[in-house]
Write a protein that binds this ligand. Structure first.
Ligand code: ADP
Ligand code: MG
Length: 238
């Protein structure tokens, strides 16, 4: 079970508070999208959930456990970044297998999981290539595959499509939605792209200046934005 609660979650850098008292309840297997302008605290929030950023205040509860002080490697979480972060000297296969090797999985298990993920993502024919011989879309599939083989309870994705061209973004939106339906994971996805948010999310969290403005389904946000900022951001008529 990977329900996630953020209770009055805060992040400060010295005197500068960049995430203010965020309260959010995310259901197991939900697809949540955080949207908002650049600098509003989306990545910081995601990085606190991943354990990559120290929490300054409040509580982070995953699957019923308070995890504020649990190190990143001990959280059942995988993160996919905008810039792929693949190992350039390793083949696609090795890139996908590496995290499982670190966890001492057997060769058979690793091979089965890599092959399974590669098939789902349609990258089986690329397994022996190095990242530099791949297109942007192919690299992003490998990054997804690398996260998938670990079967994480929580998938965190930080603007995974923003380096891709518009056509490929459309294809990958559908792929990620399909992946979510197929896996048993909770997805938290950061974007500043309204179309991604409106088409992919179960619920959208609209943020501004480190605060949550509104949390609701795409339809409800569109129909009943609570203020002009949300209306403008979601693209509802004003
Ligand atoms: P977003 O992902 O929504 O674009 P971020 O979460 O990356 O925003 O950043 C939120 C705010 O925190 C920004 O104002 C950013 O400049 C600031 N910030 C991020 N990381 C640091 C840091 N290491 N030190 C100081 N300020 C930071
Ligand atoms: Mg960001």
């Amino acid at each position: 079970m990977a329900s996630i609660s953020l209770k009055k979650l805060n992040k400060s850098y010295g005197a500068l508070t960049v995430v203010h008292d965020i309260d959010l309840e995310i259901a197991d297997k939900e697809f949540i999208i955080l949207v908002g302008p650049s600098g509003c605290g989306k990545s910081t929030t995601l990085r606190m959930i991943a354990g990559l950023e120290e929490i300054s205040g409040g509580e982070l509860i995953i699957g019923g456990d308070l995890v504020n002080d649990v190190p990143s490697k001990d959280r059942d979480i995988a993160m996919v970044f905008q810039n792929y972060a693949l190992y350039p000297h390793m083949t696609v296969y090795k890139n996908m297998a590496f995290g499982l090797q670190l966890r001492k999985a057997s060769r058979e298990v690793i091979d089965r999981k890599v092959q399974e993920a590669a098939k789902i993502l349609d990258i089986t024919h690329l397994l022996n290539r190095k990242p530099k011989a791949l297109s942007g879309g192919q690299r992003q599939r490998v990054a997804l595959g690398r996260a998938m083989v670990r079967n994480p309870e929580v998938f965190l994705l930080d603007e995974p499509l923003s380096n891709l061209d518009a056509k490929l973004r459309g294809t990958m939106r559908a792929e990620i939605t399909k992946l979510h339906k197929r896996l048993n994971s909770t997805f938290i996805y950061v974007t500043h792209d309204q179309i991604e948010a409106m088409t992919m999310a179960d619920r959208i969290v609209v943020m501004a200046d480190g605060h949550i403005q509104q949390v609701d389904t795409p339809q409800n946000l569109y129909d009943r934005p609570i203020n002009m900022f949300v209306a403008g951001f979601i693209g509802a008529p004003q």
